[in-house]
Write a protein that binds this ligand. Structure first.
Ligand code: NAD
Length: 355
C-alpha cells in the first residue's frame, strides 16, 4: 500500500475494477491511458465473452467472488483467472465498483473489511457512502476521502452545465425533464420498445441528486423513458436570480469555456437529433463511439428574462468515464485542482486513442 511519505508525484495508483460491464470496461481503458494509475485486475462473475476483452487488453482477470468453485469455472472456458475478489483487493490501492446498481451495499462491506478506498457508480444511493462526486461540482471536497459515488450519467450531465451557471450567478432554481433512453445498446432484455414510460416517482431522483454535489442548486426533475438506446436528452428551465446580468450569448460563452461541454449549432451542422450526435462521435474516432462531453444545441438555448431554456444530450455509457479517473485522483490525494485533473485525464485518453 502507498505511504504518503513516498511522495505523491511519483505514485502510480493500483486500481481494481469490480464489475467489467458497460461502465467497468470503459473506466478500465480510461485508467490504462493515464500515467499516474494502472489496472491491476478486473473481475467477471463467470467466464463470458466480456473476459475476451480483458484478455486482449492484458488486464489480469479475477472472479467477482471468492468461492473456489466459481474461480475454478474460468479455466475450462480457457481463461486464466488469477483468484477471487479478495486476492485482487489485496494488491490494489483503490477499487472502482462498476457492479449493477443496488449491488453496492454488499460490496461496500467487503471493501470496508479490506480497508480499501472505493468508488461506486450512480446506481447506488448517496447515503451509502455519504459522499458523491462530479469533477466540476465537488472535486476538492472529495480529496483523500475513503469512499465516494460518481453520480449517474444524467446527474453528471446536469452538473456540467449547471455548476458553472451557479458560480456565475450565485444562486439557481431549476426544473428539468429527463427524456431517457430505454436501455443501453447491449441490453436485450429491457424496454419499453413501443411506449413512452413516465417515472411515476415524482420528482425523479436525477435533479435532486445534483444537490448531493452542489446543495446550493435548487432543482427538481421529471423523467420519461423512450424507445431509444443511444442517448438521453434533458429539457431544462433554469431560473437565474434577479440582476443576473447574463445574456444568451454570455451563457454560451461561459459553457464554451468549460471542459467536457460541447456546443454545436443544429441548423448549421445538420446535427439536430441524438442520432447525428452519435454519428458525429463515431466519425471523430472515439472508442465505442463514445462521447464524454455533454452536447448542447446552441440554437436550442434561450434566456428569456430570468428563465434560461436549453436542451442537452447525454451519452449515458460514457460521460461518467473520465469523472471516475478524476475521482481516483481526488481520493488518492494526487491532484486538488479539478481542472488540472480533467485536462490530464482527457489529454491522456485522446493520446491513447490516437486522436
Ligand atoms: P452492466 O450490467 O453493464 O455491468 C455490470 C457488471 O458487473 C457485469 O459485468 C456483471 O456481471 C457484474 N456484476 C454482477 N454482480 C456483481 C457483483 N456482485 N459485484 C461485482 N460485479 C458484479 O452495468 P453498467 O451499465 O456497467 O452499470 C454499472 C453501474 O454504473 C451501475 O451503478 C449503473 O447504474 C451505473 N451507470 C450506468 C450507466 C449506463 O448507461 N450503463 C451510466 C452511468 C452509470
Amino acid at each position: 500500500m502507498f505511504s504518503h511519505a513516498e511522495g505523491l508525484s511519483s505514485m502510480v495508483v493500483k486500481v481494481a475494477i469490480n464489475g467489467y460491464g458497460t461502465i467497468g470496461k470503459r473506466v478500465a481503458d480510461a485508467i490504462d491511458a493515464q500515467d499516474d494509475m494502472e489496472i491491476v485486475g478486473v473481475t467477471k462473475t463467470r467466464p463470458s465473452f466480456g473476459c475476451d476483452l480483458a484478455v486482449r487488453k492484458g488486464f489480469p482477470l479475477y472472479c467477482t467472488f471468492d468461492t473456489d468453485e466459481k474461480i475454478a469455472a474460468f479455466a475450462p472456458a480457457g481463461y486464466d483467472c488469477k483468484g477471487g475478489l479478495s486476492d485482487l483487493l489485496a494488491i490494489a490501492d483503490i477499487v472502482v465498483d462498476c457492479s449493477p446498481g443496488k449491488v453496492g451495499a454488499q460490496n461496500k462491506e467487503i471493501y470496508d473489511n479490506a480497508g480499501i478506498k472505493h468508488i461506486f457508480q450512480g446506481g447506488e444511493k448517496h447515503a451509502m457512502t455519504g459522499m458523491s462526486y462530479t469533477s466540476s461540482g465537488n472535486h476538492s471536497e472529495n480529496m483523500n476521502v475513503q469512499g465516494t459515488r460518481v453520480v449517474s450519467c444524467n446527474t453528471t450531465g446536469l452538473s456540467r452545465t449547471l455548476v458553472p451557471l451557479l458560480h456565475a450567478c450565485g444562486s439557481l432554481s431549476v426544473e428539468c425533464t429527463m427524456i431517457r433512453r430505454a436501455a443501453d445498446p447491449g441490453d436485450s432484455s429491457k424496454g419499453p420498445i413501443n411506449a413512452i414510460k413516465p417515472v411515476l416517482k415524482v420528482p425523479s431522483h436525477h435533479g435532486p441528486d445534483v444537490m448531493t454535489v452542489r446543495p446550493e442548486i435548487s432543482i427538481n426533475s421529471l423523467a420519461v423513458a423512450v424507445p431509444t438506446t443511444i442517448m438521453h436528452v434533458h429539457a431544462i428551465v433554469a431560473t437565474l436570480p434577479e440582476g443576473h446580468g447574463m445574456t444568451t450569448e454570455s451563457v454560451l460563452a461561459l459553457w464554451s469555456e468549460q471542459p467536457r461541454v460541447l456546443i454545436m449549432n443544429g441548423s448549421e451542422t445538420g446535427i439536430t437529433t441524438t442520432a447525428e450526435v452519435m454519428e458525429f462521435s463515431r466519425d471523430i474516432g472515439r472508442k465505442w463511439g463514445d462521447l464524454h462531453e455533454i452536447f448542447v444545441w446552441e440554437d436550442g438555448v434561450k434566456l428569456d428574462g430570468n428563465n434560461l431554456y436549453y436542451f442537452q444530450a447525454i451519452h449515458q455509457e460514457s460521460d461518467v468515464i473520465p469523472e471516475n479517473v478524476d475521482a481516483i485522483r481526488a481520493l488518492m490525494g494526487l491532484e486538488s485542482d479539478w481542472k488540472a485533473s480533467v485536462l490530464k485525464t482527457d489529454e491522456a485518453i485522446a493520446a491513447y486513442n490516437g486522436l
